[in-house]
Design a protein around this ligand. Structure first.
Ligand SMILES: [Zn+2]
Length: 265
């Protein structure tokens, strides 16, 4: 067990709990007093995202892969994100088996985003995936066509450019004078029907860290939950800025110095 994600050992072993409870698989993987344990992080971040108006009305979802145990944590479907507790989470091992499920009496299901999160883990080697119903993403999907684009803004530097520095082995990042491009796909009646579009867009945009779903929201990932959170916050900030620029008549890719040519009276 990692030092970082210490699990409380007060409960009996997993096998024993599974014999003594018919429906509820042991809480062994979600019970920790460590605030950065994935199960605790998902709940605290979900409350934060709810307060940001990103995950209200049960919308959105969040998933983290624990780099030590290789277990993957998923939010349940149709659950008020601000009220979720660690025992409400689904936890899957590398064989695809659930090693923790919410109480059967709660009548929960795994998040409808689970297949999409899994695509990001497999295709992008993500460490965490965030899905929000951000109004900024929804409005941008109406303003822009197949790509959200924004240039010449400082916060663009928070997004990796897909290249790796040969000397350090670390990801390289966009410069503030670069253009950030995020693909936009059309929505479907059910979230799991977006799988083909996800596969296709990840082939076309191998360096992207996000996909906007038109009139729906956004999926954002990173190597770790910390990186995914930073990408999500930076992209949301940039989408909000693009909407404000659009209202003023300034294109989001406006060259530096040209702003006043576009300003509406
Ligand atoms: Zn959604």
């Amino acid at each position: 067990m990692s030092k970082q994600f210490t699990t409380i050992n007060a409960k009996p072993p997993l096998q024993h709990q599974m014999h003594t409870t018919d429906h509820h698989v042991a809480e062994l993987h979600v019970d920790s007093n460590d605030s950065i344990h994935p199960a605790n992080l998902i709940c605290s971040l979900s409350r934060q995202f709810y307060n940001n108006n990103w995950c209200t009305g049960t919308g959105g979802g969040l998933s983290i892969k624990d780099p030590q145990s290789r277990l993957t944590y998923f939010t349940p479907s149709g659950v008020q994100k601000e009220l979720m507790t660690p025992s409400d989470l689904y936890v899957r091992n590398e064989d695809g088996e659930y090693v923790n499920k919410p109480l059967v009496s709660k009548n929960y299901k795994p998040s409808a985003c689970t297949p999409l999160f899994s695509i990001c883990y497999e295709a992008k080697n993500a460490g965490a995936v965030i899905h929000t119903h951000s109004q900024n993403a929804v409005i941008c999907s109406m303003i822009f066509g197949d790509e959200f684009q924004i240039s010449n803004i400082e916060q663009i530097k928070a997004i990796p450019n897909g290249e790796v520095d040969p000397n350090t082995g670390k990801l390289k990042y966009l410069q503030n004078f670069d253009t950030l491009v995020i693909p936009i796909i059309d929505n479907m009646p059910h979230e799991d029907e977006l799988q083909d579009s996800f596969h296709e867009i990840l082939r076309s945009y191998p360096n992207t860290v996000a996909i906007i779903v038109r009139r729906h929201g956004i999926f954002v990932w990173g190597d770790s939950i910390a990186k995914a959170k930073i990408h999500n916050e930076a992209i949301d900030y940039l989408m909000e800025l693009a909407i404000k620029m659009h209202k003023l008549g300034i294109p989001s890719t406006c060259p530096i110095g040209d702003e006043k040519k576009y300003l509406k009276n």
